[in-house]
Design a binder for this molecule. Sequence first.
Ligand code: ADP
Length: 514
Amino acid sequence: MPPLEPTCKSGIGTLQGMRAHPFGHQPQTEDVFRRLVESIRDYAIFLLTPEGNVASWNPGAERIKQYQAHEIIGKHFSIFYPPQDLAAGKPNMELRVAAEVGRFEDEGWRIRKDGSRFWANVIISAVRDDDGTLIGFGKITRDITDRREAELRYRLLIDGVTDYAIYSLDANGNITSWNSGAQRIKGYTNEEIIGQHFSRFYTQQDTDAGLPARVLEAAAIAGHYEGEGWRVRKDGTKFWSSVVVTPLRDEAGELVGFSKITRDVTDRKLLLDTVQQHAEELELRIAEREQTNAELEAFSYSVSHDLRAPLRAIEGFTDIVLTDFGAQLPTPAVEYLRHILQATGRMNSLVRDLLSYSRMSRLEINSEPVQVGKVIRDACAELDEAMRSKVAVSADPSLCVCAHSVTLAQILFNLINNGLKFYPPDESPHVDVNARREGGTIVISVRDEGIGIAPQHQERIFQVFERLHTADSYPGTGIGLAIVKRGIARMGGTVRVESAPGKGSTFYLSLPAA
Ligand code: ADP
């Protein structure tokens, strides 16, 4: 059987030289095949003799390699290879491999007629007759310079990223690409890691628990996997990584591998751990303090409660002695008994206020919509009639606040009472109560023009027993504002004061609008 004969004809006419060609015996089929090849412009498709001489030429070959059929047919195909490939004997090696195994595929630089280079994808197939005798080679060449450049640009881009480890795995989890960020973070070079299984980045514990396989499985099923965890560097040290895994599928939807992006977020993790630890310690301390407070409150409640009975006895018997035997007693004795009565009266007020302060913490306070004007009226109703006339109220009747009405009335009473009380002795007191809406908040202010409070005392007056005056100049127990502060806090509101000595004070309550 004669091998392929070179011919000057364009196309594939040389196939006539074959006793049995691959596309059947009918001349029509051969014609169709010839036309097909001749219409293809994107691929150079041509035949080589067993020695490697060009035996046919199509328009794709002419377009890509710039030779016309008559210029190239009969020439050895090594003309397309760059000098270093020729020196290495590549063209003949490729034919040898194709002859041995039937097919050879390669990518590399090839030379056009004008000497310019293009990046080619080349497939060489051995063509044999029915007896298995080699009669030549079919060669298909594609110019993929653009694709290669795009890949190169992409590669450079990926490699330029040093903050992220970006690498790919095959479907079994073996590493197929590796960027400089991966090398920086994990410590392995390209040569060391390509082909290795990615589970080597996991701790022994995680590997034993089958985590690497589960990660790939989760990514393959959900189309995406994100997670964080400890990973191991080449030198054995650990880092906290944030990982995104995406499955890679071919056009048919078949899983071909995974892309992985890993970030070293150890610093963030350690910071968060420290914050978390502090938060836990703080919570523990708060819980301890709350327990101590609760115990103290229970104690003060029972003490105040238990003090009332003996107090009543002292008061009652002193009163009886004064009433029934006052006339028989010497004047100083009567005077002393009156002192005892005064002191028990004061102690009664203290016990009463302490009890209501304790109650403010212990009682359940359920807030509900409350009309502000009505609560202010309730608070004023507790005042002496003479005092009530010294209070001016301005509140829109439509204003509603979210509060516990009894508690709010008690708070307002304490503030109004203070406003009327802390005036210079020679001045007639006057208090303005005003309510307005500020966004989602209702602000109630209680303003007087009394003695005022120096800035350095404006915080401490809200604590139990903190008073700025003696009981002689202004009576009181020093508990009223503590009740205000606790009560308003329990309803989710706040209290603050604006004041200057000699200029009066304004207390502001802020509560959620209903
Ligand atoms: P009390 O009125 O029984 O003394 P409070 O807790 O109500 O106790 O007030 C604490 C202290 O704050 C008062 O003793 C007083 O010195 C100061 N204070 C409160 N309200 C006013 C006010 N409107 N003007 C001036 N000082 C005030």
